[in-house]
Design a protein around this ligand. Structure first.
Ligand code: GFB
Length: 322
């Protein structure tokens, strides 16, 4: 199979274009000579199999980027196991199956670094998949994502279509969910640091011990890597997408405070879960194809904070699970 996929003149359906990742993919695709196809949630519920089949048969895209998913941080994953397992299984299966029925030749499925075993050796190579038990706080989401990447592999094997999967590290950036109960760590700490500064420099409460390490990738870098893979990768194995660098949550909290400003100090709520101790990804496969991230964590946080402040002022910050 030829690895190159020329986007010129192609119709590309981005499923989940209103989410943080989907909207970044749409921004990135706007620089390509292709037609971007999107549909709102009001017009098409991706949980509705018949509706998705009709839509795909009608619009007949040449390629699909599957960025639609039920996502959330460590607590939301733990509290809503049915939603994270079932909604993701149904949505992704509907899109992949309907794409195949509509003769879509190229599809990119997005997963997450939480597919890997909780105690995987670091950095985690792609072939660590299914070599050990998962992290319990997000096993529901992880199992759905593993099923999605396996379904793409199965379609490749049984039907010879070019369906590929990418596994990004923890993503952040404009368009993130800033609701404290359901968000990931960066938007949560950014909002708490912002509110602490406004209320006169009280403490910033960090969940867990602050010791876990995470690898963060700005969503615009992620979108760039994903389109790079869409154009340049065709293979059975999923591909890790990240920076290959990680930091502790305590260090992240201090960096966010320095970006947001204020005389805020960090405190730890050890009644909250730490989750996976570490999940730094081995990104040599992606880097070996010639891709590199461009946005440093500090610059990415500063840019995200600017976005947050602008949208809080306009009352546009999205609160709730994407
Ligand atoms: O971002 P996060 O919720 O996701 O949490 P995971 C990362 C780390 O930050 C954990 C800590 O150790 C949290 O305990 N943390 C500290 C906080 N303060 C906070 C806070 O105020 N809010 C949040 N949310 N965390 C998710 C998975 O795991 O990662 C998903 O649950 C997905 O399935 C996603 O894979 C990328 O990295 O722990």
């Amino acid at each position: 199979m030829n690895d190159g996929f020329d986007l010129r003149g192609k119709r590309v359906f981005v499923a989940g274009h209103r989410g943080m990742v989907g909207s970044a993919i749409v921004r990135r695709l706007a620089r390509e000579d292709c037609e971007i196809v999107t549909i709102s949630r009001e017009e098409l519920d991706l949980l509705d199999q018949a509706g998705v089949r009709r839509f795909m048969a009608d619009r007949r895209p040449d390629a699909v980027v599957l960025a639609a998913a039920k996502v959330g941080g460590i607590l939301a994953n733990d509290r809503f196991p049915v939603d994270f397992l079932q909604d993701n299984l149904i949505m992704q299966t509907n899109v992949i199956d309907s794409a195949f029925r509509a003769e879509v030749g190229k599809l990119l499925f997005l997963g997450s670094s939480c597919i890997y075993p909780k105690l995987a050796a670091q950095p985690i190579p792609e072939d660590a998949l299914l070599t050990g038990p998962l992290e319990p706080t997000n096993e529901w989401y992880a199992i759905a994502k593993i099923a999605g990447l396996k379904l793409c592999q199965a379609y490749r094997r049984q039907h010879g279509v070019d369906y590929i999967s990418a596994m990004p590290s923890n993503l952040y950036g404009p368009g993130d969910n800033f609701d404290l109960d359901s968000s990931h760590v960066i938007p949560a700490l950014m909002r708490k640091a912002h509110e602490a500064r406004l209320s006169g420099g009280s403490s910033l409460e960090v969940w867990g011990s602050g010791e876990p390490m995470r690898e963060f990738l700005h969503v615009d870098d992620a979108a760039d890597a994903l389109i790079y893979l869409l154009k340049n990768y065709s293979g059975d194995s999923h591909v890790n997408v990240g920076t290959g660098e990680d930091i502790t949550i305590a260090e992240l909290a201090r960096t966010i405070i320095s970006v947001v400003g204020g005389d805020t100090h960090v405190s730890f709520d050890r009644t909250k879960p730490d989750g996976t101790p570490r999940k730094r990804m081995d990104v040599s496969r992606l880097f070996g194809k010639g891709w590199r991230p461009r946005i440093s964590l500090r610059n990415g946080l500063a840019q995200t904070y600017e976005w947050f402040v602008r949208h809080v002022e306009k009352g546009h910050v999205r609160l709730g699970v994407a």
